[in-house]
Design a protein around this ligand. Structure first.
Ligand code: ZN
Length: 171
C-alpha cells in the first residue's frame, strides 16, 4: 500500500473549508486505505483528509499500543465520514497534543472530556456514539482539521509560536 505525503503548516489546504461527502465511491475507499496506511506508517493516532490534500469531511483514527503499554487504551480502527460532534461536556481536560502537520510542536490543549458523535460509515450507515478520554480528544482534534482549525489556534501566544515554528523550518 502506498502512503501519501503529509501536508505541513503553512499550507492553505489545512485551513480551507471541507466538503460533505455525498457518496462512497471506489475512489473514496481507495483514499481511505491510503490514509490508514499513511497513519500507520508515521505512527499517528489520527489523520484527516485535508492533511493529505483532500478538502473533504473524512478522518481515520486508530491507536495500537506497543507491547508493555496499556493495551486497554487501544482504539480499533475508526473511519468517520462526515463526522459531527453533536454534544460535548462542559467539563474539560488539558492534555498534550502534537500534529502530523505541525512537526516539532507539542501543546497543551483543553478538550471536552466526553462527546457525542454522529458520522457515516463506509457502508453508508449512520452511526452515533459517545467517546471519552483519549478517543474524545482525538476526535475533537480531527474534526477541528475538517473545520480548518489547528492546535496552534489554541496557543496562548499563537503568533510568537508560529514565528518560532517557521524559523526552525527555514534552517
Ligand atoms: Zn493534526
Amino acid at each position: 500500500m502506498t502512503t501519501l505525503p503529509i501536508i505541513e503548516y503553512p499550507n492553505d489546504i489545512l485551513t480551507s473549508p471541507t466538503k460533505k461527502i455525498r457518496e462512497v465511491t471506489t475512489e473514496l475507499t481507495g483514499l481511505i486505505d491510503q490514509m490508514v496506511a499513511t497513519m500507520r506508517a508515521v505512527d499517528g493516532l489520527g489523520l484527516a483528509a485535508p492533511q493529505v490534500g483532500h478538502t473533504i469531511r473524512l478522518t481515520v483514527i486508530e491507536y495500537r499500543p506497543d507491547k508493555g503499554e496499556n493495551k486497554r487504551a487501544a482504539i480499533p480502527l475508526l473511519v468517520l465520514i462526515n463526522p459531527k460532534i453533536i454534544s460535548r461536556s462542559s467539563e474539560e481536560e488539558i492534555g498534550e497534543e502534537g500534529c502530523l502537520s505541525l512537526p516539532g510542536i507539542e501543546l497543551d490543549v483543553a478538550r471536552s472530556l466526553r462527546i457525542k458523535v454522529r458520522a457515516e460509515t463506509t457502508t453508508g450507515e449512520q452511526i452515533q456514539f459517545r467517546a471519552t478520554g483519549l478517543l474524545a480528544r482525538i476526535i475533537q482534534h480531527e474534526v477541528d482539521h475538517l473545520d480548518g482549525k489547528l492546535i496552534i489556534d489554541y496557543a496562548p501566544r499563537r503568533d510568537a509560536l508560529i514565528k518560532q515554528y517557521l524559523a526552525t523550518r527555514d534552517k
